[in-house]
Design a protein around this ligand. Structure first.
Ligand code: ZN
Length: 189
């Protein structure tokens, strides 16, 4: 899969879209050894190793929580959610991603957290020193914060300060300078 691929609720991946090579980056994970959540596409794995290593030099200790997720796994999570809450209510940006609509299927996305918020994935992470550092430095290593505040209706997802997506360094820097989401970038093209 191309590192700049657009995946969202309207641009869905087929079941058979599986990253060619998945590897486990050498970073700290809050996930059991052997769990497929610890896998990433090669380019994203290299980028995140360099990003986290830079953080460490600056006293910023980030932790990987969830990387690769297969179509089937997303389907399971989606079905489970639908059983618990048969009717999707409220704002669609807060609905769980249906299978094929999650970027985690590309192996290019990683959910990140830190000790200050007990390794949870919630909005509090965005206010931590680690969360602010991640937002500032991720683009230097090819990652963007994919679901920013205020762009929920463009991305189709709520604000997620913990979700980083590898898009290559040049595109990450371009999107950061212009303030565009990946959706807006593709619309412009
Ligand atoms: Zn995520």
């Amino acid at each position: 899969m191309d590192a700049t691929i657009l995946v969202n609720r309207t641009h869905r991946l087929p079941r058979k879209a599986i990253p060619q090579t998945l590897v486990e980056p050498e970073i700290i994970f809050d996930a059991p050894v052997g769990d497929r959540k610890r896998l990433l596409a090669v380019s994203a794995a290299k980028g995140v190793e360099a990003l986290f290593a830079r953080g460490k030099e600056e006293g910023i200790y980030l932790c990987g929580v969830s990387g690769y997720r297969s179509y089937e796994r997303q389907e399971e999570l989606y079905q489970k959610k639908r059983r618990e809450q048969p009717k999707e209510t409220g704002d669609p940006v807060h609905w769980i991603a249906p299978p094929g609509a999650s970027e985690h299927q590309t192996g290019l996305a990683l959910d990140v957290s830190c000790q200050a918020v007990d390794y949870q994935l919630d909005e509090r992470f965005g206010e931590t020193r680690e969360g602010r550092w991640l937002k500032r430095c991720a683009p230097l290593y090819g990652f963007i914060l994919r679901y920013p505040k205020g762009k929920e209706h463009i991305t189709g997802y709520g604000w997620e300060p913990w979700h980083i997506r590898y898009v290559t360094r040049s595109l990450a820097l371009y999107l950061t300078l212009t303030g565009l989401t990946l959706e807006e970038y593709y619309e412009q093209k």
